[in-house]
Design a protein around this ligand. Sequence first.
Ligand SMILES: Nc1nc2c(c(=O)[nH]1)N[C@H]1C(S)=C(S)[C@@H](COP(=O)(O)OP(=O)(O)OC[C@H]3O[C@@H](n4cnc5c(=O)[nH]c(N)nc54)[C@H](O)[C@@H]3O)O[C@H]1N2
Ligand SMILES: Nc1nc2c(c(=O)[nH]1)N[C@H]1C(S)=C(S)[C@@H](COP(=O)(O)OP(=O)(O)OC[C@H]3O[C@@H](n4cnc5c(=O)[nH]c(N)nc54)[C@H](O)[C@@H]3O)O[C@H]1N2
Ligand code: SF4
Ligand SMILES: [Mo]
Length: 729
Amino acid sequence: MHPQPPSTTRRTYCRLCHCACPIDAEIEDGRVVRVRGVRENDLYHGYTCPKGRAYPAMHADPDRLLHSQKRRPDGGHEPISVERAMDEIAERLSGILAEHGPRSVALYLGTQCAAHPATGALARAWHAALGSEMYFTPITIDQPGKFVAQALHGVWKAPPQNFDRPDAIVIVGANPLVANHMGLPCSNPGRWLKEQRARGCELVVIDPRRTETARQADLHLQVRPGCDAIVQAAMLRILFEEGLVDDAFLIEEVEGVEALRAAVAPFVASRVAEIAGIATADLERAARIWGRAARGYTVVGTGPNMNGPGATLIEYLALCLTTVCGRWLRAGDRVLNPGALITPMAYKAQANPRRPAYGFGETLRVRGLRDSTAGLPTAALAEEMILEGEGRIRALVCVGGNPVNAWPDQTRTLEALEAADLVVQIDAKMSETARHADYVIATRMPFEMPGMTMLVDSQSTLERGYGFPRPFAAIAPALVDPPEGSDLIEDWELFYGLAQRMDVGLFIGNKRGMQPVDMQNKPTSETLFRAMTEGSRIPFDEVAAVEGGGVFDGEPVYVGPKDPGCDTRLDVGNKEMMTDLGALATQVTADPTEPSPRAFRLISRRTAEVYNSTGVELAGQVTGRSFNPAFLSPEDAAALGLEPGDEIRLVSDHGRIPAILEIDRHLRPGLVSMAHGWGGAPDRDAEVRSLGGNTNRLASTDAAWDRYTGIPVMSNLPVDVVTGGDGAA
Ligand SMILES: Nc1nc2c(c(=O)[nH]1)N[C@H]1C(S)=C(S)[C@@H](COP(=O)(O)OP(=O)(O)OC[C@H]3O[C@@H](n4cnc5c(=O)[nH]c(N)nc54)[C@H](O)[C@@H]3O)O[C@H]1N2
Ligand SMILES: Nc1nc2c(c(=O)[nH]1)N[C@H]1C(S)=C(S)[C@@H](COP(=O)(O)OP(=O)(O)OC[C@H]3O[C@@H](n4cnc5c(=O)[nH]c(N)nc54)[C@H](O)[C@@H]3O)O[C@H]1N2
Ligand code: SF4
Ligand SMILES: [Mo]
């Protein structure tokens, strides 16, 4: 299919994460053996990261799935041809639908289906054709507050100032120099940051750990976890008090200003600093850096979003910080990144009409949770699969996600997978979730499939502190064939195959319109990509012609003036948000210390060599460490008499896990910092030194959660560190 000389180099882009770094892939004997960044690319300047450089090894992993699998009655798996698997799955799903209705079939689209945008599109088209609303994504266990807060605050019809010449950047609980996600542009983040700081831009990082990003900051507030809302409220108070707000913008475009001013009044800097464990002068300085800058952006990452209750408020306050300083583009401003593969947008200097934020659509049977602008709460999905009775979810189809490792409350997730009538996992390896699935559909990996950057493109235009700084786009063909003797499909082909067998039609397209997918003659990835990019700002062929992708500025795009008579406004005084802030104010003025019998707080983090659970099995080859350490401060380790490499257990109110201790001198005492995505089910606890431990067994979905989005506490979780592990947790 792709005849190639024995050794060759081809330019493409990396698809492991959203950054889409251009790479030169060295191909030997039909396998990608090495990737290198593209130095001459003037956005990326040769940038790649450790996990991206390990991607060829992940493709070549001897444990990679080459055939789909079917579970045997004894719990093990045996190979099955993918066509046969699709026949059987379609038949079983049809039976479940006939007996229990569309709600009984849930779809979960995980993080590893973003590289090929047709996967999500066809999966959703198929699921919608079944009539089911039970559609879930990791968004609701990631940063769901972003979406709900935006709906409560209102959306400006033009981008934020973002990566265009910022003078101040405030990053709250994100570490973009490692995660390459929120906070710095997808490109060469370190180099970009240096350039901005050389221009005089100041970086403030708010994080309990002196992260790689914090070490580059002008000011690091090493806060106690869980203090982000009160810190931001104190910053807002200072901005109002010192006149560091954009009065003209507030008068013209914003409502709720007086409500916000009153709500932040109790958050006196000295008191908040005391609670957050930082210096008052530093907190004041952070507010002044932000308030005095001419331009800038602020973002909140996953850490604060995983605080559970109050997570939406944290995101809302970040929007308030943006809006009170008027950091949105105005009429006549150039939009540096108007997107490339998305349909052109008309930008205007005005607020969009507000839309419902949460509490609409489908009602779940647990905890009264409902849909929100972030989607149905994934943290309730396992319960929905277990809870008997009408409306129970009986089948789960899961693409490029790993519920057993990624969902909060691992024990309940395992119970849910056992309780289900049918679990179908689409994966490239025998992940923990695959081990518990009835069918595992083995897929091609990205170098064996075409790819397109459309999903990042569509998000980076309006988000704060996220995405490409300029309209970067890439479309790549498959580089190599799948391994010889394998029976692998592209993920979307499963949904096409099921739709054919279940006799339902599929539609694909974009904002401009949807078109039916040909169900007689199977389309190619390219046909699907073309349908999705029809009418895009930059034509498909223009992007596809540039190997490894490029920046497609096209015609310059400017923000237009406000519509005559438009009276929609942004809202910084949303009633519910002000009520939530009021509850925090009571804590600040009284004694805020929540008594916890547990000595430590477990906080979330990411490490450079893996992407959630993708790559954990090869981590040993990348870093020499095949587990996710539980990091403690040197002081705490010494006090407990522990040495690096010691096996410990972490115990929460909800569960216990084994872990291997490591020292992090950048960590605030009183904390355990540990990455998620690692470890196995409890039956593999003895393998902690080769698999790591799973932090999600410590998290409960129903002890405390954000009432808007359902996200439970996944960071700032009370735990004890118990010494003397014996392998079994
Ligand atoms: N290498 C690598 N890159 C990744 C991933 C990966 O697994 N590995 N995952 C990808 C995914 S899915 C996502 S969503 C993004 C996430 O991107 P980020 O949000 O940047 O993720 P982290 O690096 O975990 O940064 C979270 C930070 O929050 C801090 N933190 C924890 N609790 C609190 C708190 O209560 N308050 C404050 N202020 N800080 C807190 C932690 O110390 C940590 O430094 O990264 C993506 N990129
Ligand atoms: N405690 C705690 N829990 C968390 C987080 C946290 O910080 N702390 N972070 C949360 C966040 S931000 C997110 S986004 C979620 C992630 O949640 P998920 O998306 O459910 O988890 P991943 O580990 O990213 O799952 C990726 C799966 O894709 C498979 N895979 C790898 N390559 C391919 C491929 O080429 N094709 C296909 N089809 N599959 C492939 C992997 O083997 C793995 O099974 O986890 C959340 N869970
Ligand atoms: S940051 Fe790393 S994983 Fe992400 S696209 Fe670039 S090289 Fe690949
Ligand atoms: Mo995520």
